[in-house]
Design a protein around this ligand. Structure first.
Ligand code: ADP
Ligand code: MG
Length: 319
């Protein structure tokens, strides 16, 4: 144990930029190199004696898998969204396992690493199912979108002038099917990767589970994971070092430490954008309300200081 915070159980939620940087094409080499940099940061956290559980986004990766499926549908059968999600968990999990081994070796430490293909339970009556909002897959022209809406009963929207895209529901995560597996692995000292891409959304059905066409927000799923394993801290790592008030507007101000009550008030005042910063703040609030000591939103580069309370936006209990 080196100086700094005492050892903690941490859930580290990696944002999209930990795997793919803006402007990159998405080749394996690009993603592998980004993941190595990310894993080097995580190895440094482990070296300080902390226990880490890793979770991550999958937007660009599952998007590309969907395109591959759509384009080759006349050659091999296309797979549904839940299966594509599971493929992305395996793909990203593999890159993390492989690069964590390398990064830990550089630090002179070792842990066995395992990726858990994770199913996350959602409520089939979640209002999100009546109002799909999350764009997935390739862009198409308006004619194709119209015919898909008619033929398949799907919902499509025009996405910021870039073309038409299918939208799917984004229901709230309730439970993690593999939570016991994750706990057993943790108790055995294994570095676990779980709930990738927010997990594969499933609904309970006849004593079992069925995959559904939806996307769970990865920050909200990270909160469920962190609360269920009683993590000391939820670390949401993105591409900004701190959450701001009046983001990109006059009077922009970075937030340091805020209470749950303050965070909720700022959220209700509309400071955090839906689909990007809002779910992170929401996840932080939920984690602390479920008994967590602190949730931190910061960047990958600032993570070591963030754990020690010197960087990032920290949401703590209190009014
Ligand atoms: P990730 O892949 O890490 O989930 P997102 O793009 O979903 O990344 O969310 C991070 C982005 O949220 C930042 O790059 C920033 O542009 C945006 N954002 C929206 N509102 C705020 C805010 N109030 N403070 C800081 N960043 C914000
Ligand atoms: Mg996001």
């Amino acid at each position: 144990m080196t100086k700094g915070a005492p050892p903690k159980r941490l859930v580290v939620a990696l944002g999209g930029n930990a795997i793919l940087q803006p402007g990159e094409k998405g080749t394996f080499e690009e993603q592998d190199a980004n993941v190595l940099k990310t894993c080097r940061q995580i190895a440094k956290i482990l070296k300080k004696g902390h226990e880490v559980v890793i979770t991550h986004g999958n937007g660009p990766q599952v998007g590309n898998i969907l395109i591959q499926n759509e384009r080759s549908g006349d050659v091999v059968p296309s797979m549904p969204l839940d299966v594509c999600g599971s493929e992305s968990q395996g793909f990203i999990g593999y890159m993390i396992q492989n690069n964590m081994n390398r990064a830990m070796a550089e630090e002179g430490i070792h842990r066995d690493v395992a990726t858990v293909v994770t199913q996350v339970v959602v409520d089939p009556k979640d209002p999100a199912f009546d109002a799909p909002t999350k764009p997935v897959g390739p862009f198409y022209d308006s004619k194709t979108a119209a015919s898909k809406m008619k033929e398949r009963g799907e919902r499509w929207v025009e996405d910021s002038g870039r073309g038409w895209r299918k939208v799917v529901p984004s229901p709230d995560p309730l439970d993690i099917v593999e939570k016991q597996v994750i706990k057993v692995l943790l108790e055995a000292g294994i570095l676990v990767v779980a709930c990738g891409g927010g997990g594969i959304p499933v609904v309970a059905e006849g004593g079992a589970y069925r995959g559904v066409e939806a996307v769970i927000d990865k920050d909200l799923a990270a909160e469920r994971l962190a609360s269920m394993i009683r993590a000391d801290m939820l670390l949401i790592l993105t591409d900004v070092p701190r959450v701001c008030l009046n983001y990109r507007q006059p009077g922009q101000m970075e937030l340091g430490q805020v209470t749950v009550k303050e965070a909720r008030d700022f959220m209700n005042q509309g400071h955090f954008k839906a689909g990007s910063m809002k779910p992170k703040v929401q996840a932080a609030i939920r984690f602390v309300e479920s008994g967590g000591k602190a949730a931190i939103i910061s960047s990958l580069g600032a993570v070591l200081d963030a754990i020690d309370g010197l960087e990032g936006t920290r949401v703590v209990p209190g009014i």
